[in-house]
Design a protein around this ligand. Structure first.
Ligand SMILES: CC(C)(COP(=O)(O)OP(=O)(O)OC[C@H]1O[C@@H](n2cnc3c(N)ncnc32)[C@H](O)[C@@H]1OP(=O)(O)O)[C@@H](O)C(=O)NCCC(=O)NCCS
Length: 175
């Protein structure tokens, strides 16, 4: 069985090893969070500085809790009724087996059922078809495109903004 537990400093080397180039770094975390080459120090420092507004989790097999398989985070401003899902990443060996779905649905449940948020948002690069497909299947709606937001390896990348409201999520679960 796969479960989510809090992201630990000991998970950092695995996460760093899943990012194999500047393009995958930006695909995962956007243009400004980290610098290529990603290293343990950058991730550890972001864990520390973002601790108050971002919670991060690691997906693991229940019987292998020290072997990370996936990562996700939820950022929130204090007292806000909205949250931003981000940093969704599945180990390259574990992709295509439903782990992305498990990560996103787990955070949706936490956000709407436990934190009682009204809205979840996220940004995804427009050419990231796998991630777009996943988020749309899990109820996120395309709300707009930010055109040509960053220049990556010789081309402009655009982002799609997506959102999901609590009542939409509950209605979809009833069907
Ligand atoms: C995006 C990512 C998190 C998805 O994780 P995953 O474990 O592979 O996802 P799942 O297996 O749960 O689901 C993937 C879905 O995409 C579909 N898919 C796969 N390749 C696709 C493609 N090229 N175009 C459209 N859909 C695709 C799969 O069929 C599956 O949908 P289905 O369950 O309806 O059949 C993972 O690929 C990843 O870590 N990518 C690199 C980092 C990244 O892009 N993160 C997202 C940042 S916004």
């Amino acid at each position: 069985m796969i479960e989510l537990r809090d992201f630990l400093p000991s998970d950092v080397p695995d996460l760093v090893s899943w990012i194999d180039g500047p393009g995958s770094l930006i695909l995962w975390s956007g243009p400004s969070a980290f610098r290529w080459p990603l290293d343990d120090a950058q991730l550890l420092s972001s864990l520390d500085t973002e601790r108050r507004r971002r919670r991060s989790w690691t997906a693991v097999e229940t019987n292998a809790p020290d072997t990370p398989l996936g990562h996700i985070s939820l950022a929130r401003e204090p007292h806000a009724s909205t949250g931003r899902l981000g940093r969704v990443l599945v180990s390259p060996q574990a992709r295509g087996r439903g782990l992305g779905e498990l990560l996103v649905t787990s955070v949706q449940q936490l956000a709407f059922n436990e934190l009682h948020l009204h809205r979840l948002s996220l940004g995804v690069f427009a050419h990231n078809e796998r991630a777009l497909h996943l988020y749309e299947r899990l109820g996120f709606v395309r709300e707009g495109t930010l055109r040509e937001v960053c220049w990556v390896e010789g081309v402009w990348w655009s982002t799609v903004e997506m959102g999901l409201l609590d009542h939409e999520w509950r209605a979809a679960r009833r069907h």
